[in-house]
Design a protein around this ligand. Sequence first.
Ligand SMILES: *Cc1c(COP(=O)(O)O)cnc(C)c1O
Length: 396
Amino acid sequence: MTPPVPADDPHQEGGFETLCTHYGEHRLAHGGGATPPIYQTSTFVYPDAEAFEGRDDPKTPYYVYTRRSNPTTTILEAKLARLEGGSWARSFASGMGAITAALNLCLKSGAHVVVVSDCYHPTRRYLSEYLSRFDVRVTFVPGTDPADFIAALRDETRVLYLESPTSGRFDVLELAPLVAAARARGIATILDNSWSTPYFQRPLESGLDLVVHSATKFISGHSDTLGGIVVGRDETLRARLCDEAEMLGASIDPFAAWLLIRGLRTLPLRMEQHQRSGLAIARLLAQHPRVQRVYHPGLETYAQHAVAQRQMRGYSGLFSFALHEQTREATNRFINRLRVFSIGCSWGGHESLVVGGRSADLFAENVNEPEWIIRLHAGLEATQDLVADVRQALED
Ligand SMILES: *Cc1c(COP(=O)(O)O)cnc(C)c1O
Protein backbone atom coordinates (compact mmCIF):
# COMPACT_ATOMS: atom_id res chain seq x y z
CA MET A 1 0.00 0.00 0.00
CA THR A 2 0.93 3.61 0.05
CA PRO A 3 4.08 4.23 2.05
CA PRO A 4 4.89 7.17 4.23
CA VAL A 5 7.04 9.71 2.43
CA PRO A 6 9.95 10.64 4.72
CA ALA A 7 9.80 14.28 5.75
CA ASP A 8 13.31 14.88 4.43
CA ASP A 9 12.60 13.54 0.93
CA PRO A 10 13.38 16.47 -1.41
CA HIS A 11 11.11 15.14 -4.18
CA GLN A 12 7.64 15.37 -2.63
CA GLU A 13 6.56 18.33 -4.72
CA GLY A 14 6.99 19.51 -8.30
CA GLY A 15 5.40 19.36 -11.71
CA PHE A 16 3.92 16.16 -13.12
CA GLU A 17 7.14 15.25 -14.97
CA THR A 18 9.24 15.78 -11.83
CA LEU A 19 6.93 13.56 -9.80
CA CYS A 20 7.08 10.84 -12.49
CA THR A 21 10.84 10.89 -12.25
CA HIS A 22 11.40 11.14 -8.50
CA TYR A 23 8.34 10.82 -6.30
CA GLY A 24 8.28 8.06 -3.70
CA GLU A 25 11.64 6.50 -4.53
CA HIS A 26 13.70 7.35 -1.41
CA ARG A 27 16.89 6.38 -3.19
CA LEU A 28 19.18 6.77 -0.20
CA ALA A 29 17.09 4.22 1.69
CA HIS A 30 17.81 1.75 -1.13
CA GLY A 31 21.60 2.08 -1.32
CA GLY A 32 21.42 5.15 -3.54
CA GLY A 33 20.56 3.31 -6.75
CA ALA A 34 19.24 5.67 -9.44
CA THR A 35 16.63 3.01 -10.15
CA PRO A 36 14.90 1.14 -7.34
CA PRO A 37 15.75 -2.46 -6.49
CA ILE A 38 13.40 -5.23 -7.56
CA TYR A 39 12.53 -7.04 -4.33
CA GLN A 40 12.01 -10.33 -6.12
CA THR A 41 10.94 -12.17 -3.01
CA SER A 42 7.72 -13.93 -2.08
CA THR A 43 8.17 -13.62 1.67
CA PHE A 44 10.03 -11.61 4.35
CA VAL A 45 11.85 -12.71 7.49
CA TYR A 46 11.85 -11.26 11.01
CA PRO A 47 14.56 -10.65 13.63
CA ASP A 48 12.65 -12.23 16.53
CA ALA A 49 9.38 -13.93 17.44
CA GLU A 50 7.92 -10.79 18.99
CA ALA A 51 8.38 -8.81 15.77
CA PHE A 52 6.64 -11.64 13.89
CA GLU A 53 3.75 -11.62 16.37
CA GLY A 54 3.26 -7.92 15.65
CA ARG A 55 3.31 -8.36 11.86
CA ASP A 56 -0.29 -7.18 11.36
CA ASP A 57 0.32 -3.90 13.15
CA PRO A 58 0.30 -1.25 10.38
CA LYS A 59 3.22 0.48 12.13
CA THR A 60 5.54 -2.52 11.84
CA PRO A 61 8.60 -1.72 9.68
CA TYR A 62 8.49 -5.19 8.14
CA TYR A 63 6.77 -6.52 5.07
CA VAL A 64 5.01 -9.88 5.46
CA TYR A 65 4.33 -11.58 2.15
CA THR A 66 4.33 -10.23 -1.43
CA ARG A 67 0.67 -11.11 -2.04
CA ARG A 68 -0.02 -8.43 0.60
CA SER A 69 2.68 -5.88 -0.27
CA ASN A 70 6.28 -5.53 -1.40
CA PRO A 71 8.76 -2.63 -1.29
CA THR A 72 9.00 -2.36 -5.10
CA THR A 73 5.24 -2.34 -5.61
CA THR A 74 4.97 0.18 -2.77
CA ILE A 75 7.06 2.65 -4.81
CA LEU A 76 4.74 2.20 -7.82
CA GLU A 77 1.67 2.69 -5.63
CA ALA A 78 3.04 5.83 -3.98
CA LYS A 79 3.84 7.38 -7.36
CA LEU A 80 0.46 6.59 -8.89
CA ALA A 81 -1.48 7.79 -5.84
CA ARG A 82 0.37 11.12 -6.06
CA LEU A 83 0.00 11.45 -9.85
CA GLU A 84 -3.76 10.78 -9.72
CA GLY A 85 -4.28 13.17 -6.80
CA GLY A 86 -5.33 10.31 -4.50
CA SER A 87 -4.13 9.44 -1.04
CA TRP A 88 -3.53 5.75 -1.73
CA ALA A 89 -3.17 3.24 -4.58
CA ARG A 90 -3.26 -0.55 -4.74
CA SER A 91 -1.61 -2.43 -7.60
CA PHE A 92 -2.90 -5.61 -9.26
CA ALA A 93 -1.65 -8.23 -11.68
CA SER A 94 -3.76 -6.78 -14.53
CA GLY A 95 -6.30 -4.10 -15.29
CA MET A 96 -9.11 -6.65 -14.93
CA GLY A 97 -7.67 -7.66 -11.54
CA ALA A 98 -8.02 -4.02 -10.46
CA ILE A 99 -11.49 -3.54 -11.98
CA THR A 100 -12.99 -6.71 -10.50
CA ALA A 101 -11.50 -5.92 -7.06
CA ALA A 102 -12.90 -2.35 -7.16
CA LEU A 103 -16.37 -3.59 -8.16
CA ASN A 104 -16.36 -6.38 -5.58
CA LEU A 105 -15.38 -3.85 -2.93
CA CYS A 106 -18.52 -1.79 -3.55
CA LEU A 107 -21.07 -4.53 -4.33
CA LYS A 108 -23.05 -7.18 -2.54
CA SER A 109 -25.68 -9.66 -3.55
CA GLY A 110 -28.86 -7.93 -4.79
CA ALA A 111 -27.09 -4.67 -5.59
CA HIS A 112 -27.63 -2.73 -8.82
CA VAL A 113 -24.95 -1.12 -10.99
CA VAL A 114 -25.31 1.62 -13.61
CA VAL A 115 -22.65 1.35 -16.32
CA VAL A 116 -21.80 3.28 -19.45
CA SER A 117 -22.83 1.02 -22.30
CA ASP A 118 -19.74 1.48 -24.48
CA CYS A 119 -17.39 0.15 -21.79
CA TYR A 120 -14.49 -2.30 -22.12
CA HIS A 121 -15.89 -5.67 -23.17
CA PRO A 122 -14.48 -7.87 -20.35
CA THR A 123 -15.74 -5.33 -17.78
CA ARG A 124 -19.15 -5.59 -19.39
CA ARG A 125 -19.01 -9.38 -19.27
CA TYR A 126 -17.91 -9.42 -15.62
CA LEU A 127 -20.91 -7.29 -14.70
CA SER A 128 -23.57 -8.90 -16.87
CA GLU A 129 -22.44 -12.54 -16.98
CA TYR A 130 -20.37 -13.22 -13.87
CA LEU A 131 -21.89 -10.97 -11.20
CA SER A 132 -25.41 -11.95 -12.27
CA ARG A 133 -24.66 -15.29 -10.58
CA PHE A 134 -24.58 -13.35 -7.32
CA ASP A 135 -27.82 -11.56 -8.09
CA VAL A 136 -26.17 -8.30 -9.05
CA ARG A 137 -28.32 -6.37 -11.57
CA VAL A 138 -26.88 -4.06 -14.20
CA THR A 139 -28.28 -1.25 -16.32
CA PHE A 140 -26.17 -0.27 -19.33
CA VAL A 141 -26.76 3.33 -20.36
CA PRO A 142 -26.00 4.28 -23.97
CA GLY A 143 -24.96 7.75 -25.08
CA THR A 144 -23.66 10.64 -23.04
CA ASP A 145 -26.69 12.49 -21.62
CA PRO A 146 -26.22 12.79 -17.82
CA ALA A 147 -30.02 12.73 -17.41
CA ASP A 148 -30.14 9.17 -18.81
CA PHE A 149 -27.57 7.98 -16.27
CA ILE A 150 -29.30 9.74 -13.39
CA ALA A 151 -32.69 8.31 -14.44
CA ALA A 152 -31.20 4.79 -14.28
CA LEU A 153 -30.20 5.12 -10.59
CA ARG A 154 -32.38 3.11 -8.21
CA ASP A 155 -32.67 2.62 -4.46
CA GLU A 156 -30.50 -0.52 -4.72
CA THR A 157 -27.86 1.10 -6.94
CA ARG A 158 -24.47 0.78 -5.26
CA VAL A 159 -22.07 1.73 -8.09
CA LEU A 160 -22.00 4.12 -11.02
CA TYR A 161 -19.26 2.70 -13.27
CA LEU A 162 -17.88 5.03 -15.94
CA GLU A 163 -15.36 5.30 -18.70
CA SER A 164 -14.63 8.68 -20.26
CA PRO A 165 -13.65 8.49 -23.04
CA THR A 166 -15.42 5.15 -23.61
CA SER A 167 -13.83 2.11 -25.25
CA GLY A 168 -15.52 1.91 -28.66
CA ARG A 169 -16.58 5.41 -29.71
CA PHE A 170 -14.50 7.42 -27.25
CA ASP A 171 -17.51 9.29 -25.91
CA VAL A 172 -16.79 11.85 -23.22
CA LEU A 173 -19.16 11.95 -20.25
CA GLU A 174 -19.69 15.13 -18.26
CA LEU A 175 -18.52 13.98 -14.83
CA ALA A 176 -19.69 16.76 -12.47
CA PRO A 177 -23.49 16.15 -12.66
CA LEU A 178 -22.99 12.38 -12.51
CA VAL A 179 -20.79 12.58 -9.43
CA ALA A 180 -23.19 15.00 -7.71
CA ALA A 181 -26.19 12.73 -8.35
CA ALA A 182 -24.36 9.61 -7.15
CA ARG A 183 -22.99 11.30 -4.06
CA ALA A 184 -26.42 12.61 -3.05
CA ARG A 185 -27.68 9.01 -3.09
CA GLY A 186 -24.64 7.43 -1.40
CA ILE A 187 -23.62 5.59 -4.60
CA ALA A 188 -19.93 4.85 -5.19
CA THR A 189 -18.42 6.18 -8.44
CA ILE A 190 -15.64 4.36 -10.31
CA LEU A 191 -13.94 5.54 -13.50
CA ASP A 192 -11.56 3.62 -15.78
CA ASN A 193 -8.88 6.22 -16.61
CA SER A 194 -6.64 3.98 -18.77
CA TRP A 195 -7.23 6.05 -21.93
CA SER A 196 -6.25 9.43 -20.49
CA THR A 197 -3.78 8.50 -17.75
CA PRO A 198 -3.37 11.08 -14.96
CA TYR A 199 -1.32 13.17 -17.38
CA PHE A 200 -4.47 14.18 -19.28
CA GLN A 201 -7.26 13.65 -16.74
CA ARG A 202 -7.52 13.35 -12.93
CA PRO A 203 -11.05 12.13 -12.12
CA LEU A 204 -10.54 12.08 -8.33
CA GLU A 205 -10.35 15.87 -8.56
CA SER A 206 -13.85 15.80 -10.13
CA GLY A 207 -15.08 13.88 -7.07
CA LEU A 208 -14.92 10.27 -8.31
CA ASP A 209 -14.46 7.79 -5.44
CA LEU A 210 -12.17 5.33 -7.23
CA VAL A 211 -10.04 5.45 -10.36
CA VAL A 212 -9.03 2.17 -12.00
CA HIS A 213 -6.35 1.58 -14.63
CA SER A 214 -5.13 -1.00 -17.02
CA ALA A 215 -1.47 -0.10 -16.39
CA THR A 216 -0.75 -2.56 -19.20
CA LYS A 217 -1.53 0.25 -21.64
CA PHE A 218 0.00 3.76 -21.43
CA ILE A 219 1.50 3.45 -17.94
CA SER A 220 3.67 0.56 -19.09
CA GLY A 221 3.96 2.03 -22.57
CA HIS A 222 6.16 -0.76 -23.90
CA SER A 223 3.79 -3.72 -24.46
CA ASP A 224 5.94 -5.83 -22.17
CA THR A 225 3.92 -6.29 -18.99
CA LEU A 226 0.44 -6.52 -17.48
CA GLY A 227 -0.64 -4.46 -14.49
CA GLY A 228 -3.62 -2.77 -12.86
CA ILE A 229 -4.17 -0.01 -10.32
CA VAL A 230 -6.99 1.22 -8.09
CA VAL A 231 -6.56 4.74 -6.66
CA GLY A 232 -8.72 6.45 -4.06
CA ARG A 233 -8.89 8.91 -1.19
CA ASP A 234 -11.18 7.30 1.39
CA GLU A 235 -9.33 5.49 4.18
CA THR A 236 -12.11 2.97 4.88
CA LEU A 237 -12.16 1.92 1.22
CA ARG A 238 -8.35 1.60 1.26
CA ALA A 239 -8.33 -0.69 4.29
CA ARG A 240 -11.07 -2.94 2.90
CA LEU A 241 -9.63 -3.07 -0.60
CA CYS A 242 -6.21 -4.14 0.71
CA ASP A 243 -7.76 -6.77 2.93
CA GLU A 244 -9.88 -8.15 0.09
CA ALA A 245 -7.07 -7.94 -2.48
CA GLU A 246 -4.99 -10.20 -0.28
CA MET A 247 -7.76 -12.80 -0.43
CA LEU A 248 -8.48 -12.37 -4.15
CA GLY A 249 -4.80 -12.85 -4.87
CA ALA A 250 -4.35 -10.87 -8.10
CA SER A 251 -1.25 -9.10 -6.73
CA ILE A 252 1.32 -7.67 -9.10
CA ASP A 253 4.73 -9.31 -9.48
CA PRO A 254 7.60 -7.07 -8.24
CA PHE A 255 9.33 -7.16 -11.62
CA ALA A 256 6.13 -6.06 -13.39
CA ALA A 257 5.82 -3.24 -10.83
CA TRP A 258 9.40 -2.21 -11.59
CA LEU A 259 8.65 -2.10 -15.32
CA LEU A 260 5.65 0.14 -14.62
CA ILE A 261 7.82 2.48 -12.51
CA ARG A 262 10.16 2.67 -15.50
CA GLY A 263 7.26 3.32 -17.85
CA LEU A 264 6.02 6.21 -15.71
CA ARG A 265 9.31 8.09 -16.11
CA THR A 266 8.56 8.74 -19.78
CA LEU A 267 4.75 8.89 -19.54
CA PRO A 268 4.47 12.67 -20.16
CA LEU A 269 6.77 12.58 -23.19
CA ARG A 270 5.03 9.56 -24.66
CA MET A 271 1.54 10.97 -24.14
CA GLU A 272 2.50 14.17 -25.98
CA GLN A 273 3.69 12.11 -28.95
CA HIS A 274 0.61 9.82 -28.94
CA GLN A 275 -1.54 12.95 -28.86
CA ARG A 276 0.32 14.64 -31.72
CA SER A 277 0.16 11.62 -34.02
CA GLY A 278 -3.39 10.66 -33.07
CA LEU A 279 -4.72 14.12 -33.85
CA ALA A 280 -2.76 14.36 -37.12
CA ILE A 281 -4.23 11.05 -38.32
CA ALA A 282 -7.74 11.91 -37.08
CA ARG A 283 -7.63 15.24 -38.97
CA LEU A 284 -6.55 13.49 -42.16
CA LEU A 285 -9.40 10.98 -41.78
CA ALA A 286 -11.99 13.65 -40.92
CA GLN A 287 -11.56 15.40 -44.27
CA HIS A 288 -11.08 12.26 -46.38
CA PRO A 289 -13.88 11.48 -48.86
CA ARG A 290 -13.85 7.75 -48.05
CA VAL A 291 -14.39 8.30 -44.31
CA GLN A 292 -17.86 8.58 -42.86
CA ARG A 293 -17.15 9.41 -39.22
CA VAL A 294 -14.19 9.80 -36.88
CA TYR A 295 -14.60 9.07 -33.18
CA HIS A 296 -11.88 11.21 -31.62
CA PRO A 297 -12.86 13.53 -28.73
CA GLY A 298 -10.06 15.96 -29.63
CA LEU A 299 -11.59 16.91 -32.99
CA GLU A 300 -13.39 20.26 -32.93
CA THR A 301 -16.27 18.61 -34.80
CA TYR A 302 -16.75 15.91 -32.15
CA ALA A 303 -20.08 16.21 -30.28
CA GLN A 304 -18.55 16.20 -26.79
CA HIS A 305 -15.53 18.30 -27.68
CA ALA A 306 -16.46 21.25 -25.43
CA VAL A 307 -16.95 18.95 -22.41
CA ALA A 308 -13.64 17.23 -23.18
CA GLN A 309 -11.83 20.56 -23.37
CA ARG A 310 -13.15 21.51 -19.93
CA GLN A 311 -12.49 18.18 -18.26
CA MET A 312 -9.24 17.02 -19.82
CA ARG A 313 -5.79 18.42 -20.48
CA GLY A 314 -5.28 16.51 -23.72
CA TYR A 315 -5.97 13.37 -25.77
CA SER A 316 -4.22 10.08 -26.17
CA GLY A 317 -3.66 8.43 -29.54
CA LEU A 318 -6.35 5.73 -29.49
CA PHE A 319 -9.51 6.35 -31.50
CA SER A 320 -11.79 4.80 -34.10
CA PHE A 321 -13.45 5.68 -37.38
CA ALA A 322 -15.93 4.29 -39.90
CA LEU A 323 -15.52 4.12 -43.67
CA HIS A 324 -18.42 5.10 -45.95
CA GLU A 325 -18.23 1.64 -47.46
CA GLN A 326 -19.70 -0.42 -44.63
CA THR A 327 -18.46 -3.90 -45.56
CA ARG A 328 -16.06 -6.49 -44.21
CA GLU A 329 -14.11 -6.29 -47.51
CA ALA A 330 -13.53 -2.54 -47.36
CA THR A 331 -12.60 -2.71 -43.66
CA ASN A 332 -10.16 -5.57 -44.12
CA ARG A 333 -8.69 -4.05 -47.29
CA PHE A 334 -7.82 -0.88 -45.38
CA ILE A 335 -6.32 -2.85 -42.49
CA ASN A 336 -4.32 -5.16 -44.75
CA ARG A 337 -2.86 -2.23 -46.68
CA LEU A 338 -1.34 -0.66 -43.56
CA ARG A 339 2.42 -1.19 -43.28
CA VAL A 340 3.56 0.70 -40.17
CA PHE A 341 0.50 -0.27 -38.10
CA SER A 342 0.43 -3.91 -37.01
CA ILE A 343 -2.81 -5.82 -36.59
CA GLY A 344 -3.41 -6.58 -32.94
CA CYS A 345 -5.53 -5.83 -29.89
CA SER A 346 -4.34 -3.88 -26.88
CA TRP A 347 -2.87 -0.39 -27.16
CA GLY A 348 -0.78 2.12 -25.22
CA GLY A 349 2.57 0.67 -26.27
CA HIS A 350 5.34 2.09 -28.46
CA GLU A 351 4.01 0.36 -31.58
CA SER A 352 1.05 1.43 -33.67
CA LEU A 353 -1.79 -1.08 -33.77
CA VAL A 354 -5.04 -1.50 -35.69
CA VAL A 355 -8.12 -3.66 -35.19
CA GLY A 356 -11.38 -3.64 -37.07
CA GLY A 357 -14.77 -5.26 -36.94
CA ARG A 358 -18.45 -4.64 -36.52
CA SER A 359 -19.05 -2.41 -33.54
CA ALA A 360 -21.37 -4.96 -31.94
CA ASP A 361 -18.64 -7.64 -32.09
CA LEU A 362 -15.62 -5.55 -31.39
CA PHE A 363 -17.01 -3.24 -28.78
CA ALA A 364 -19.98 -5.24 -27.55
CA GLU A 365 -22.48 -2.47 -27.87
CA ASN A 366 -26.15 -3.21 -28.34
CA VAL A 367 -26.72 -1.04 -31.34
CA ASN A 368 -29.45 -1.91 -33.80
CA GLU A 369 -27.28 -1.35 -36.82
CA PRO A 370 -23.74 -2.38 -36.00
CA GLU A 371 -21.19 -0.27 -37.74
CA TRP A 372 -17.97 -1.46 -39.35
CA ILE A 373 -15.42 0.33 -37.24
CA ILE A 374 -11.62 0.56 -37.36
CA ARG A 375 -9.67 1.35 -34.21
CA LEU A 376 -6.20 2.86 -34.48
CA HIS A 377 -3.57 3.21 -31.78
CA ALA A 378 -0.97 5.80 -32.84
CA GLY A 379 2.31 4.60 -31.37
CA LEU A 380 5.64 6.37 -31.03
CA GLU A 381 6.82 6.14 -34.64
CA ALA A 382 7.38 9.37 -36.61
CA THR A 383 4.08 11.21 -37.06
CA GLN A 384 4.65 11.70 -40.80
CA ASP A 385 5.20 7.94 -41.26
CA LEU A 386 1.90 7.13 -39.55
CA VAL A 387 -0.03 9.77 -41.48
CA ALA A 388 1.50 8.58 -44.76
CA ASP A 389 0.66 4.97 -43.91
CA VAL A 390 -3.00 5.75 -43.28
CA ARG A 391 -3.20 7.95 -46.40
CA GLN A 392 -1.84 5.23 -48.67
CA ALA A 393 -4.09 2.58 -47.10
CA LEU A 394 -7.13 4.70 -48.03
CA GLU A 395 -6.15 4.74 -51.70
CA ASP A 396 -8.23 2.38 -53.75
C1 LIG B 1 -7.18 -3.31 -21.64
C2 LIG B 1 -8.21 -2.63 -20.83
C3 LIG B 1 -8.55 -3.09 -19.56
C4 LIG B 1 -8.03 -4.39 -19.01
O1 LIG B 1 -6.70 -4.33 -18.67
P1 LIG B 1 -5.75 -5.65 -18.59
O2 LIG B 1 -4.51 -5.09 -18.04
O3 LIG B 1 -5.65 -6.17 -19.98
O4 LIG B 1 -6.43 -6.61 -17.67
C5 LIG B 1 -9.43 -2.33 -18.81
N1 LIG B 1 -9.98 -1.20 -19.28
C6 LIG B 1 -9.71 -0.74 -20.51
C7 LIG B 1 -10.36 0.51 -20.98
C8 LIG B 1 -8.82 -1.44 -21.33
O5 LIG B 1 -8.59 -1.01 -22.57
